[in-house]
Design a protein around this ligand. Structure first.
Ligand code: NAD
Length: 250
């Protein structure tokens, strides 16, 4: 197993892409810290990992709060002694409005949850990884970290920012044994889309935007995250990897 003896931390792990990735890390032998603001669903993910013979704990953290991100790393080290792998994944979709009508509240919330959170998480994760001899970090950006999408300015700006943070972190820490990459999923069937008020008609319209002819599944993103986190990706750092059914190829 690729991740035996490794400790992996996933934010936003109660649902969707984060949950799928937490389950895969556990299956590959990692001890997994499942973190989210949603405690009930997070505990269910931990229960599922344990039922499959894995080892996991739940730690509640709101990634928009720097002190929660710091505590999350502390709780990880308290339980498992080290931190080797992190998937900074928690995110929200925000208000669907053009810039002139986008509320300041939604702008500030999306920037806090989707961008500042990644800075906070990187800061404390990197401090710990330097102490335990290195690691691998994957940040969840989006196809919208590369191109715009009308009525999603805050989300698009935050996800572009995640790509920039990823590049800078890699410049600063690759020679110190920490690899940092970003993934860029296209539209993936998760509660994020349904919570953004999308119905079957919208899903069909969105599927049509992907040359592959369908939306993605959380597991299809998780497989890329797992590979980027693994020793197989030992020369891979500072880059953005789409997982998008050819969305960006158009
Ligand atoms: P999801 O809604 O299924 O899961 C997101 C999780 O993040 C939830 O469990 C939620 O409780 C948690 N969360 C929300 N705010 C939080 C906070 N402040 N602190 C901690 N946890 C918080 O959504 P998903 O689609 O799995 O999204 C995961 C990531 O993937 C997000 O960053 C999203 O932007 C990104 N993404 C999603 C898609 C897509 O189409 N679904 C596409 C590209 C990128």
């Amino acid at each position: 197993k690729d991740f035996s003896g490794k400790v992996a931390l996933v934010t936003g792990a109660s649902s969707g892409i984060g949950k799928a990735t937490a389950l895969l890390y556990a299956r590959a032998g990692a001890q997994v810290v499942v973190s989210d603001i949603n405690e009930a669903s997070g505990n269910q993910v931990v229960a599922e990992i344990k039922k499959n013979g894995g080892d996991a704990i739940f730690v509640k953290a709101d990634v928009a709060k720097p002190e929660d991100c710091e505590n999350l790393v502390k709780a990880t080290v308290k339980q498992y002694g080290q931190l080797h792998i992190a998937f900074n994944n928690a995110g929200i979709s925000g208000e669907a409005n053009p810039i002139g009508e986008l509320s300041l509240e939604s702008w500030n919330q999306v920037i806090a949850v989707n961008l500042s959170s990644v800075f906070y998480c990187l800061k404390y994760q990197i401090q710990q990884m330097l102490q335990n001899g290195g690691g691998a970090i994957v940040n969840n950006s989006s196809i919208l970290g590369q191109v715009g999408f009308a009525n999603s300015a805050a989300y698009v700006a935050a996800k572009h920012g995640v790509v920039g943070l990823t590049k800078n972190a890699a410049l600063e820490y690759s020679a110190k044994g920490i690899r940092i990459n970003a993934v860029g999923p296209a539209f993936i069937k998760t509660p994020l889309l349904t919570q953004a008020g999308m119905n079957d008609e919208t899903f069909q319209m969105l599927a049509g935007l992907h040359p592959i002819g369908r939306l993605g599944e959380s597991e299809e993103v998780a497989e890329l995250v797992i590979w980027l986190s693994s020793p197989k990706a030992s020369f891979v750092t500072g880059a953005y990897y789409p997982v998008d059914g050819a969305y960006l190829a158009q």
